[in-house]
Design a protein around this ligand. Sequence first.
Ligand SMILES: [Zn+2]
Ligand SMILES: [Zn+2]
Length: 841
Amino acid sequence: MTSDDLSSARLSPRDDLKPSPDSFSSARRSDPDELEPSSGGVGSGRAPADLLGRLRARTGTDPVTHVERVPARAGEPAPWPDWAPAELRAAFARRGVLTPWRHQAEAATLAYEGRHVVVATGTASGKSLAYQLPALATLLADPRATVLYLAPTKALAADQLRAVAALELEGVRPACYDGDTPRAEREWIRKHSRFVLTNPDMLHHGILPGHAQWSGFLRRLTYVVIDECHTYRGVFGSHVAHVLRRLRRLSGPPGRPTSAALPGSRGAPVFVLASATSGDPATTAGRLTGLPVTAVTEDTSPRGGVTFALWEPPLLPRDAAADPQDDLTQVRRSALRETADLLADTVAEGVRTLAFVRSRRGAEVVAANARRALDEAAPGLGDRVAAYRAGYLREERRELERALLHGDLLGLASTNALELGVDLVGLDAVLICGYPGTRASVWQQAGRAGRSGQEALAVLVARDDPLDTYLVHHPEALFGRPVEATVLDPANPYVLAPQLACAAVEAPLTPADLTLFGAGTKEAVDQLVAAGALRARPTGWYWRHRERPEVDLRGEGGAPVCVVEAATGRLLGTVDGGSSHFLLHSGAVYLHQGVSYVVDSLDLADGCALVHPEEPDWSTHARDVTSLSVVSVRSYVDAGPVGLFLGEVDVTSQVVSYQRRRIATGEVIDTRPLDLPARELRTVAVWFTLSPQSLTTAGVEPADVPGALHAAEHAAIGLLPLTATCDRWDIGGLSTAVHADTEAPTVFVYDGHPGGAGFAERAYSTATAWLRATRDAIAECGCEAGCPSCVQSPKCGNGNNPLSKPDAVRVLDVVLANLPDGIPAPRTPADADPPSRHPAR
Ligand SMILES: [Zn+2]
Ligand SMILES: [Zn+2]
């Protein structure tokens, strides 16, 4: 390779990103995440299939398990709905939107007729038009009506503001209202704006507590738009669900019921939600809003073609397995190393590439390795690659985005699509290092690639992980119908009670609110009364204190821990509270921008870790110990020798030590104790039990039962994200040959958040599909005795010992042979029984 390759491929700044006026799809931009088409390109001879061919030819064994040609799709236009006023059609036409796509028109009409609707279609399918059309038509028809728009990020809200403002509609006066809004402008917005764009945090901390000042706006509220609603999952999603219920009780004309708006009525506001494609969007949107929601899921927008390759790094001979930069002694070549090589290769070809890596550490490692490989080929070339992640300060992030957009950078390794600026699209190739946890994320990340008239390349590189292994061998799970659902649990008492307190401050709780806030509300209200927080009066329940309750929508994770360089006081970045015990314990090796630091001390009270620069030749790996007891059983399936349960559990876990491992060889140097506090967790778990007899019959020797259950537990945790949008770090597990509460061999999988976040519940409901995928992932892994791609876990508190891969398959075969195909819906928490009421195996 010569430097000429690069200069000839160099992108001219900005010009490449301008929409080309003659392109049909570019004339229809209405979505902030829509692919930016380009009039230019990186040159001929770089068709994705050719590029992929060159990439896969560089290795001895072909790592590609599947190539999916996602074909270009022609759009299916529909006429403007009759009710859309001519003024609005003309405004959209001026912006290049000549007619809507069919799914946009359908969703818009449902919403205009007063139906709550969720549009769950692909990236860049024009979801914004589906809510802009009914909302703006209503604002034009009724000069007093108002609209509230919620986005998960300020950047998205700002982008939507630009889109609505560009329509130049008389009297709409759209405005963003968030933490950055100057005080001087706030009063004007409350009084005069009829289209307010904000985020759930501002709604929770600002608008609802100050609802008296917003009463005019809220009384006349006709539409609530919830963009990117799939991001409201887990504990955060459960909080947002109640913030929306608080909004519902304070909006619309006074005296109207808080039930669903009836079609055609203009009483309560209509909710329009936009979601990435997912399993069962209507149910999720219904849980989020507490309202019946109709889903529109057929995507009729056009899209560019993508060549999508599934890439499984090869198994390495044992002695050559050590990867100098990775966490584990690998059996497969590490996905990080593989992605770094692919990034170096594409950058060397002048292909502008974005690599998505799940962990912050991983993004650093991929960028560092790609830089090194490029510099070895041509000194200085490594400067064209950088790392990007959430922990960086805002200015650092914006600078990197700018450099990639302008072509100063050709390769960027990043942690998460949501952190990226919405303009960062139109890349030539996207590398996804490890399944990002949801199909929605896969498509969002892959959607960063592609320009009009040019095919793009996307490569998913499998990590050593059971789910990744399953997906690269079961492409239908990725490219077929989605099964994973966005999961949240508004009935979580740890979320419900503080939210009821917030609601009571805003307006006394009434009997109608017991229905509005859903299952468990009466119990939570009674507990708040008993605790002295609420006073019961004939007219309702009143908040007794002067000050408001402090409620963090992001749950118990706590404030992020700041990472500070001890000698200079410089803030390097932040780590979320929940991960800090694992990543920032004293002695931990911490990477920032490819520079290695060692933690001197972690002060949990101050939320601060002091570090110094040091590059030791070892990496650090924290270990924790866990115990669990069953508090109550909510639901169970008695399936002969097998039992499946859902219930509340108490989990106690503590990070107790860390291992230092030689980077070059993976060899364990030593294990050092840590003195960190235990973390107590009352949460929700799913568990299954087997009779010892059934295990013996299946050929599992009693001595192998612990290893069989432990291996099944690891793989089951790894596969849960297939049916629930969680991360394996959101959930934990425990397995034992005999548990005191179940008196049988048992595997527990629990939500890693107080009160549960809905993951265990989803696992229970989809247990048959979940455990079948788990069984297949283990059975189909090419290793002999178990590896990180099947039954080993990177977060095992027992050092992945004991584990028995073949016996895990036998255990799951017994479970699957007995479990019914359909699991009845679980009961609510209030109906739970003590564990003693249920059969021992
Ligand atoms: Zn394996
Ligand atoms: Zn384990």
